[in-house]
Write a protein that binds this ligand. Structure first.
Ligand SMILES: [Zn+2]
Length: 282
């Protein structure tokens, strides 16, 4: 999706507004949505833009579903994220953790300065999770604003869409991401390189280990630890119909999150520097 096609339905872009527009939307209890992605290797079958394409595809699915007239502005997507774990592969771009935290903080400051008190960090890349957590808390503390950590891969998937083991271990370029790319950007998928990239996590789980790359006792990993190809998961399970189902499902969930952010009672959180709210009377 590009800006023009998103404009066809409605203009959601922050950057297309005037200061007067922004002030009006802020006064209506506006919600800022900051898309966060990555430009990083996803194996030989998917492009570096995979996480960005998925983030924009899910937004395109979500925005038309919002209640009519909901005051929402989408900030310029942050294409490059924190991708240290993919840095051994050519083409991966990454901010350092310190830079990423500073960038998210300064963008959030701008949203707060515009009078918004509701921000959704909409993230499509697992490697950004830690920075999303930290930036959200810092912005909440500094501005007394609602900051939502919307990692789509944490949204409950549609029932029976994929085997549980693939959902658990197919972390990167597996059936989930490959399916959505086959739906959103089929011309970018190198079908002859699609394969079953059996990840380290699946092998450890089959051995009955509690230790794994993610889960109860996770360890820090680089992509090549999970599988030498850089991908992890069974991309052979992917197809475009499943991709469409996933995009519709996660897009609907994102729309609900944005609506919930708009409807959220800000008195549930205190302002910057406020003392803690008294406990409700028993
Ligand atoms: Zn990805």
């Amino acid at each position: 999706m590009d800006a023009a096609s998103m404009d066809a339905a409605s203009n959601w872009w922050w950057a297309d507004k005037t200061p007067q527009d922004i002030a009006r939307i802020a006064a209506q209890g506006g919600v800022g949505v900051l898309p966060l992605a990555a430009i990083e290797q996803h194996g030989a079958h998917l492009p570096l833009s995979t996480d960005l394409d998925i983030a924009l595809g899910l937004l395109q699915a979500a925005l038309p579903r919002l209640r009519k007239g909901l005051p929402v502005c989408v900030l310029p997507p942050l294409a490059v994220g924190l991708s240290l774990e993919h840095s051994a592969f050519a083409g991966t771009l990454s901010l350092s953790p310190e830079t990423a935290l500073a960038v998210l903080g300064e963008l959030g400051d701008g949203v707060a300065r515009a009078g918004f008190r509701r921000l959704v960090l909409f993230n499509s890349h697992g490697g950004n999770k830690a920075i999303v957590d930290l930036a959200a808390l810092k912005l909440r503390a500094a501005h007394g604003m609602l900051v939502v950590k919307a990692n789509y891969f944490r949204f409950a998937p549609p029932a029976d869409a994929l085997p549980a083991a693939e959902l658990r271990h197919g972390l990167h370029g597996g059936a989930l991401e490959t399916s959505m790319m086959l739906h959103l950007a089929p011309h970018k998928v190198r079908r002859d390189a699609v394969d079953d990239f059996v990840p380290l996590g699946a092998r450890l789980a089959a051995d009955g280990r509690l230790l794994g790359p993610e889960g109860e006792a996770g360890f820090a990993w680089m992509a090549q630890d999970l599988h030498p190809s850089g991908a992890a998961g069974n991309a052979r399970l992917a197809d475009a119909a499943l991709g469409r189902r996933l995009v519709t499902h996660f897009g609907a969930a994102l729309a609900r999150v944005i609506e919930d952010a708009h409807d959220f009672d800000l008195s549930c959180i205190t302002g910057a520097g406020d003392p803690p709210r008294p406990a409700p009377a028993a």
